[in-house]
Design a protein around this ligand. Structure first.
Ligand SMILES: NC(=O)c1ccc[n+]([C@@H]2O[C@H](COP(=O)([O-])OP(=O)(O)OC[C@H]3O[C@@H](n4cnc5c(N)ncnc54)[C@H](O)[C@@H]3O)[C@@H](O)[C@H]2O)c1
Length: 221
């Protein structure tokens, strides 16, 4: 059943809820790709590690309800969560660094399915400029500002060595990028209206180890 989802709820979204909705979205999109039409709160719970009661509460809070024995209509759920999170159909991304990591990101087939398009790739190495990564011709970093403006790129990905990260972040914010995914280990300084997300596998591992310790501790006591 299609639901009305709206601005009032969106305006009051708590970060925790936003985070959980993002996880439900990812799982539901994956299940759709596997051919599923419906998804249950138990499945959403199992794949996200969130209690199914919390899942139902969250979806209820955004005005979305399922059918007993069937679950939630997967397409409608994706549409509803995307609307609540304010996600558009596609987002253009500027990727800086056409090395190992940058090439892998630019070649990803998953990102476009999720509405994220690597529109431009930049580097400062003369040997890489003009080459293709994924299907994208690498541009000189000096072209970043112009390209970002032309293609309405609001997301930037930094895949350079750490030493270049702040300089690249400055170029990105100066060009109007408002969300930065930082793959380096540098803590970036950016204006207050720019959102930085550091992709840090170490933090994920530490979180996982903490979780294992807690579960192990409970089991032992
Ligand atoms: N977080 C993660 O999961 C993860 C995984 C792998 C790598 N990394 C990090 O990602 C970064 C990239 O790793 P890599 O293996 O692809 O490195 P790499 O050396 O293969 O590629 C880096 C690229 O950045 C370019 N570059 C350097 N300075 C630049 C500048 N000022 N402007 C534009 N381009 C510039 C280089 O020419 C090169 O092409 C590193 O900081 C690495 O530590 C993170």
């Amino acid at each position: 059943m299609k639901q009305e989802v709206g601005g009032k709820v969106r305006a009051t979204l708590q970060p925790g809820l936003t985070n959980r909705l993002t996880k439900y979205l990812r799982v539901t999109q994956q299940l759709i790709e596997e051919g599923r039409d419906a998804v249950s709160s138990k499945e959403l719970g199992d794949f996200t590690g969130i209690n199914p009661v919390q899942v139902r509460r969250d979806l209820n809070a955004i005005g979305f309800s399922g059918t007993r024995g069937v679950g939630y209509q997967a397409y409608d759920l994706v549409e509803a969560v995307r609307a609540i999170l304010g996600l558009k159909q596609t987002y253009n991304i500027a990727l800086v660094g056409a090395g190992n990591l940058g090439s892998a990101i630019a070649s990803s087939t998953i990102l476009p399915k999720r509405g994220f398009v690597i529109h431009d790739v930049f580097d400062n190495d003369g040997d890489k400029i003009g080459r293709t990564v994924g299907n994208i011709v690498v541009k000189h970093i000096d072209e970043l500002k112009k390209s970002v403006g032309e293609a309405d790129e609001i997301i930037g990905i930094i895949a350079t060595p750490s030493a270049s990260a702040q300089e690249v972040a400055n170029l990105m914010t100066d060009a109007g990028i408002r969300v930065i995914l930082n793959y380096t280990d540098v803590l970036l300084h950016v204006p207050y209206n720019v959102e930085v997300h550091r992709i840090d596998p170490t933090a994920q591992l530490m979180h996982t180890l903490y979780y294992l310790t807690q579960v192990g501790g409970e089991a032992a006591s």
